[in-house]
Design a binder for this molecule. Structure first.
Ligand SMILES: Cc1cc2nc3c(=O)[nH]c(=O)nc-3n(C[C@H](O)[C@H](O)[C@H](O)COP(=O)(O)O)c2cc1C
Ligand code: SF4
Length: 424
């Protein structure tokens, strides 16, 4: 089984430095793209590969790149941004790539910038990733010394400068347009769209943004082609995926597997199944802001279309397990506490609704909940749905809430009848 992204990443080993990366073919793709391909040819290759953004929304990367103005009449200044904010609870896949193979990401960013003809780029990094910051800074400096970043890269006339920006540490900074505001030194609130960032992004210039996992694929697609990439996946959606599992499993962690691997294989083979004494009750398949699924969904393929059909999302592809010894209401309360705290406060339904949801869940856990609270929670889930708020934070926040009311309703009712949390 091919694992292009993680083949050279080993636990507890230092990241590859530049010469180690070059020894295994690193920066060959950069030579190929800059010397043998036109920018639009790189765009077309990525479009044909069917690569979908791994940051959560699953938008086609090639399509996104094709929306950037190109040619003589395009603005001279354009930006390419790598979103390395990774603050989704339960998600830790980008950290593996940032700390494990930084040059793979940097090579991916330079090729992507070339594809849209951007001369300046930023890696927007989660504030807590201090080790990754050191690794990335050292690797950027190595890439400058080797002439892979800077002016006239590889003698081709292409200029590109890359900077590391460390976030101040709010979840909303990971949202594309809030990130742009944060980079500009403004309050990190999402922007109204249109105009979309491809037309007016960072400092009003055309900007493209992709996540760490998405960009780390680019050198491999350039080296091996679109068909190779498509064939890596089980269900035809293209590529591999870094899946993760956290919770009461024997072997929590992250593994690169073909996109479309079944949930059963991920939990029971790679994560080793449930720890002794714990039974699987449910799981959030793609990070904290996706809908719960249960045992009946174990044979579903972990890909965009299959998870959509059963009412959830691939999200970041990192699962959080709910076991039988953990209260589902308590778990959802914990998540909603995070989302309420991280609401940027820009729009009323989210600013007022999420703290209200959190309060109701707290009262249910404390044994003071009422039967009407179930309907009230459903009311909030409805009014925080997509299209009702300014950005996707609130709709994502209510996904675990609404699905817990669907699958674990009896547990909510037991809290109300018994006037206490049955797990305490
Ligand atoms: C609240 C919120 C937080 C987000 N956090 C991240 C993040 O940490 N990393 C990321 O790549 N995308 C994050 N996204 C998605 C980005 O807005 C954007 O879709 C993504 O960076 C695009 O990259 P991709 O096309 O490679 O997936 C977040 C979205 C929302 C609404
Ligand atoms: S949905 Fe929440 S996080 Fe998004 S803009 Fe509105 S208040 Fe801010």
């Amino acid at each position: 089984m091919e694992r292009p992204l993680t083949q050279y990443i080993q636990a507890n080993k230092p990241p590859m430095n530049l010469s180690e990366y070059e020894k295994v073919g690193g920066y060959k793709a950069l030579h190929k793209a800059l010397k043998e391909m036109k920018p639009q040819e790189v765009q077309k290759l990525v479009l044909d590969s069917n690569l979908k953004g791994r940051g959560g929304a699953g938008f086609s990367t090639g399509t996104k790149w094709s929306l950037i103005p190109m040619g003589e009449n395009a603005p001279a200044e354009k930006y390419f941004i790598c979103n390395a904010d990774e603050m989704e609870p339960g998600t830790f896949k980008d950290r593996l790539l940032l700390e494990g193979n930084p040059h793979q990401l940097i090579e991916g960013i330079i090729i992507s910038a070339y594809a849209i003809q951007a001369n300046k780029g930023f890696i927007f990094l989660r504030w807590a990733y201090k080790k990754a910051a050191d690794v990335i800074l050292k690797s950027i400096s190595e890439a400058y010394s080797a002439g892979y970043i800077g002016n006239n890269i590889l003698g081709t006339g292409f200029n590109f400068n890359l900077y590391l920006h460390r976030s101040v540490g709010r979840y909303i900074c990971g949202e594309e347009t809030a990130l742009l505001n944060a980079l500009e030194g403004k309050r990190a609130i999402p922007r109204a769209k249109p105009p979309y960032p491809n037309i007016s992004g960072l400092f009003g210039k055309p900007t493209t943004m992709n996540s760490v996992e998405t960009l780390s694929f680019i050198p491999h697609i350039v080296n091996n082609g679109a068909t190779w990439f498509k064939d890596l996946s089980i269900t035809g959606e293209g590529g591999t995926k870094i899946y993760g599992v956290s919770g009461k499993v024997k072997n929590p962690g992250a593994w690169e597997l073909p996109l479309g691997t079944t949930i059963r294989e991920i939990i029971f083979e790679h994560a080793g199944g449930m720890k002794n004494g714990f039974t699987l009750k449910g799981f959030l398949p793609g990070g904290a802001s996706t809908d719960f699924l249960t045992e009946e969904h174990l044979d579903v393929n972990m890909d965009y279309a299959s998870l959509g059909k059963v009412g959830s999302r691939l999200g970041t592809g990192t699962m959080i397990i709910l076991d039988d010894k953990t209260c589902p209401v308590g778990m959802v309360h914990n998540l909603e506490h995070f989302f309420a705290q991280e609401s940027c406060g820009w729009c009323t339904p989210c600013r007022e609704g999420l703290p209200w949801v959190e309060k109701i869940l707290f009262s249910l856990e404390e044994g003071t909940g009422r039967m009407e609270d179930i309907d009230l929670l459903l009311f909030h889930a409805k009014h925080l749905a997509p299209g009702r708020t300014f950005c996707a934070l609130a709709p994502g926040a209510v996904e675990p809430l609404q699905s817990s009311l669907k699958y674990f309703r009896d547990d909510y009712i037991k809290h109300i009848h018994d006037k206490r949390c049955p797990w305490r």
